[in-house]
Design a protein around this ligand. Structure first.
Ligand SMILES: [Zn+2]
Ligand SMILES: [Zn+2]
Length: 131
């Protein structure tokens, strides 16, 4: 995990949220984080969760995954490059990696003078519990 600015103190809630991002292998929404905190007896209200998420976003410790029209999910900025599968029934989101992605990117037919700097790829379908 990236280091926080020196003048900030980590509250138990912030520590717990950081811990969730480090140990969870899929993106999390504010509501999911709120529920997971309750399970470990941290009763922060949802406003506090959003405030902590804002803090972590500002410090680039996490980033947002914006999926048009859906819930906002967050994930650690430290994770290796990957993509997401999104369940169109429950809105759940999981990580996926593409084997030999470099080769796939090499084969993209792009305008000749265009330099690609980054990309995002999402896959839609039904998850195990919704199938
Ligand atoms: Zn990629
Ligand atoms: Zn689902």
């Amino acid at each position: 995990m990236k280091e926080l600015p020196h003048n900030t103190r980590n509250t138990p809630t912030r520590k717990a949220i950081l811990d969730l991002f480090e140990t969870t292998n899929h993106p999390l929404s504010a509501v999911q984080i709120h529920k997971l905190l309750m399970r470990i007896n941290i009763h922060a209200n949802i406003t506090t969760v959003y405030r902590e998420l804002d803090f972590l976003l500002t410090n680039r410790i996490i980033h947002k995954i914006d999926i048009t029209g859906g819930t906002t999910f967050y994930e650690s900025s430290e994770r290796d490059h990957h993509h997401h599968v999104i369940c169109t029934s429950c809105g759940g989101i999981q990580d996926v990696t593409i084997k030999d992605e470099e080769n796939l990117l090499f084969n993209i037919q792009k305008p000749r003078d265009f330099t690609i700097q980054r990309h995002s790829l999402e896959f839609y379908g039904n998850c195990g519990s919704c199938n």
